[in-house]
Design a protein around this ligand. Structure first.
Ligand code: DAH
Length: 335
């Protein structure tokens, strides 16, 4: 009887540990217990046989329990919509290994938030465009050398992946004309990818991001533009900044300016170290005319600049190529 108790304990623990618990019922230890019946005095056989049958019932039920447990695991439902890693048994935000926002995406959202809070509508730019929006409506005369300043890619059909977000100006002006006449102003920013066929180095990429701003009213001024841009940069970098401008030529503005900020000391700058951030100016009458807006009644200002550069300064990123590199070591710094 002691032997039966030993076999029972042994087989129960084997069943608990096994992936195929039913196999344990074929154990030779069990067979031996049955085999022992025939060599036993007849009067003991009844009790002994009953003990073995009881043992068998206990083992069968342990096997069943174990099999049901395994089945439960295999049909456990996972929640594919869960924003948390509940399926892995861990509750908490997704780890970096499950993906995170690209720094340019995060910062573009910051930029757009600042402008929309100032009252600008935000419109995503497009990634394929035509000669008319890239140059024609922006007052670049045919064959004008200023066109060479943009190393545009071109498809065989003559389409252009935009080399600046200024391609959106004509669309913003046309779409806003009714609003201009009704409410007295157009205020919009357009953001997105731009492409240039140029040599690549630490400060030049073939693919980067820009944000363009357009404001039109009956009395827009250069002073309003400088105030808008100063506010934007001060909010974005979270501190007061020194700004300066210098004359620059862009066919779509007159006058045209380059806008610079003094590199913040907190970001490693020295006093007197200026960084050119964008191009801007008063919208050229021909650009307003190309959208059907009368330059005698309305005037506007526009600006456009790179997002990558903005973000590089904010985080001290030394090479623009990191952004499109897909390097995880770089991306993990922004989780
Ligand atoms: N599109 C110009 C560039 O990428 C930047 C620019 C200059 C945009 C002046 C403007 C502007 O809207 O008024 O080089």
């Amino acid at each position: 009887m002691q032997n039966i108790e030993d076999v029972k304990n042994n087989l129960l623990s084997q069943i608990a540990a096994s992936d195929f618990p039913r196999e344990i019922l074929k154990s030779s230890e069990l067979k031996k217990l049955y085999g022992a019946i025939s060599s036993m005095p007849v009067e003991q056989r009844g009790i002994y046989g009953k003990s073995i049958n009881d043992l068998k019932i206990v083992l069968e039920s342990a096997v069943l329990t174990k099999e049901t447990e395994a089945e439960d695991l295999s049909v456990e439902q996972i929640d594919i919509t869960a924003p948390f890693d509940v399926n892995g048994g861990k509750i908490g935000l997704l780890s970096a290994e499950n993906g995170s926002s690209h720094p340019l995406t995060t910062e573009l959202e910051n930029v757009i938030n600042i402008f929309t809070r100032m009252g600008f509508e935000a419109i995503e730019s497009r990634q394929i465009d035509d000669d008319n929006h890239m140059f024609g409506t922006l007052n670049f005369p045919d064959n004008h050398p200023a066109r060479d300043g943009y190393d545009t890619f071109r498809t065989e059909e003559g389409f252009i992946p935009p080399a600046h977000t200024s391609t959106m100006q004509n669309r913003i002006l046309k779409a806003g004309k009714a609003k201009l006449e009704a409410d007295g102003q157009i205020a919009a920013v357009s953001y997105g990818r731009v492409f240039r066929n140029e040599d690549i180095d630490a400060t030049h990429e073939h693919t980067f991001y820009q944000c363009e701003g357009v404001f039109v009213s009956s009395d827009a001024t250069l002073g309003q533009m400088l105030g808008t841009l100063r506010s934007f940069f001060e909010v974005y970098y979270g501190q007061k900044l020194k700004i300066k401008t210098q004359p620059a030529y862009f066919p779509f503005v007159e006058p045209g300016l380059e806008f610079a900020i003094e590199k913040p000391v907190a970001l490693g700058g020295k006093p007197g170290e200026w960084l050119e951030m964008l191009g801007c100016g008063m919208i050229h009458p021909n650009v307003l005319r190309s959208a059907g807006i009368d330059p005698e009644k309305y005037r506007g200002f526009a600006w456009g600049g790179g997002i990558d550069r903005l973000v590089m300064l904010k985080y001290g990123i030394e090479d623009i190529r990191h952004f499109e590199s897909g390097k995880l070591a770089f991306l993990r710094k922004f989780v």
